[in-house]
Write a protein that binds this ligand. Structure first.
Ligand code: T4K
Length: 395
């Protein structure tokens, strides 16, 4: 019996989306030991430099400037590019993308997504451009790159700068080039829940020497040598402990991709025959990190809608997430500032109501995946009995 109907939960402990991957702990502790012995904890230390160098080698970008997290990285990139006025962003993203603008009193103008890719729809960009627009931020959602050519063509015609929020896209490629070299710059996240984690962390990747120099100054209060401040800056530095974790994760990068891919294939095998349920399509000749198990629940042909299914799964201790519901435009302060934004965001609204993200990574076994998918199947098979229970819980 399903837990929602009074049975025992399928999992005795919560199964999270975003449980961190931990790689070679012996190597990690050796690195911690080195940090303590060197007494060099932060401020452009040797491990931070090594992590930046390795990231440059992997991505092919000319510069990697690590930061304390991707949100600060976005804020610094936005400031370094001198965005102001209005900047176009998708609403279907983690709220940090929009907040990084609003925090600096730049208005995020929300663009709709292409429903098949979940990424900003280049076709709706032109009508959002006003005399106050200074830039476009594309988000490579779920690690699947935006249509960079179309976005950059439009930007060029209107004299706008483009940068990308590549928080999900480390290890992914586009047009046979690794993510890291598109637009003026790209921002990575190494947060604990990400494909490759450094506890907390982020980076700005760019091929532009001047931009890189500016960002390096900005992340360290504008210091250029002892006692010499030549620019407005903040504290955005990555610590050595974070770089130690980042380097240790990097050494296992191919292994993590392999694991994510095999988990994704397992989900695909179980879910593909269930009506109304579809899994993100990572099939491509490009590189993907397979980090997000994104499932769409189409209420027109599924007996339970996404919210009902998530409620059933939570009762089983399977903590599926509704990323990125309800869309930034329905979060504060944007909902209050732009109450009618939803009118131009039909695809965002519909995807935000359909998507749930399922657990993967090292903490999820193939047996767990079988049990999760079996729970989904059982829930849909028993929708008739479950719906009244869900209705009573709402009251
Ligand atoms: N742009 C995009 C497109 C992003 O997705 C993100 C972040 C950013 C920018 C900003 O990057 P950072 O500034 O964070 O570097 C989580 C992450 O906190 C966030 O980094 C991520 N996107 C977003 C998609 O997911 P929440 O609100 O879901 O976090 P939370 O606390 O609910 O954690 C998720 C699950 O992971 C929980 O069920 C528990 C589990 N967990 C989490 C942590 C931190 C663990 O098991 N261990 C842990 O240490 O945002």
């Amino acid at each position: 019996m399903l837990a929602i109907a009074g049975g025992q939960p399928r999992f005795s402990q919560p199964l999270h989306v975003g449980r961190p991957n931990i790689c070679d702990t012996r190597r990690l502790f050796e690195r911690f030991e080195g940090i303590v012995q060197r007494r060099w904890f932060t401020n452009d230390g040797p491990l931070v430099r090594e992590f930046e160098q390795k990231t440059v080698e992997i991505t092919g970008a000319r510069h990697c400037i690590t930061l304390c997290n991707a949100t600060i990285a976005l804020e610094i990139a936005i400031r370094a590019l001198e965005f102001r006025g209005e900047v176009i962003v998708p609403s279907y993203t983690f709220v940090a993308t929009a907040h990084a603008l609003q925090w600096q009193e730049i208005t995020p103008v929300f663009a709709d997504i292409e429903p098949s890719t979940y990424n900003i729809d280049p076709q709706c960009l032109e009508r959002l451009i006003t005399p106050r627009t200074t830039g476009i931020i594309g988000v490579h959602l779920w690690g699947c790159p935006c249509d960079t050519r179309a976005i950059e063509n439009i930007a060029r015609r209107h004299g706008l700068k483009v940068m990308y929020d590549a928080a999900h896209a480390f290890g992914c490629s586009h047009e046979n080039k690794m993510i890291g070299s598109f637009g003026e710059c790209e921002v990575l996240s190494f947060h604990a829940t990400k494909f490759l984690n450094s506890f907390e962390g982020g980076a700005i990747l760019t091929n532009d020497d001047n931009l890189a120099e500016k960002v390096r100054l900005m992340r360290n209060f504008g210091f250029s040598g002892y006692d010499r401040v030549i620019y407005l800056g903040t504290n955005g530095k990555m610590t050595e402990v974070c770089a130690a974790m980042g380097l240790t994760s990097l050494e296992a990068m191919e292994e993590l991709i392999g694991l994510n891919r095999s988990n994704y294939e397992a989900y695909k095998a179980y879910l593909q025959s269930i009506p109304g349920i579809s899994l993100i399509d990572y099939t491509t000749t490009e590189k993907r990190n397979y980090h997000y198990i994104v499932v769409q629940v189409d209420a027109s042909c599924s007996p339970l809608n996404r919210d009902e299914l998530v409620e059933v799964l939570h009762a089983e201790n399977i903590l599926a997430r509704k990323y990125f519901w309800p869309g930034c435009h329905r979060m504060q302060p944007y909902q209050a500032l732009f109450p009618n934004a939803y009118l131009l965001l039909p695809n965002t609204e519909s995807r935000a109501a359909q998507v749930m993200v399922l657990p993967t990574g090292q903490c999820v076994s193939k047996g767990d995946i079988a049990a999760i998918c079996d729970t989904i199947r059982s829930a849909l098979d028993q929708a008739g009995e479950i719906k009244p229970v869900l209705g009573r819980r709402k009251m």
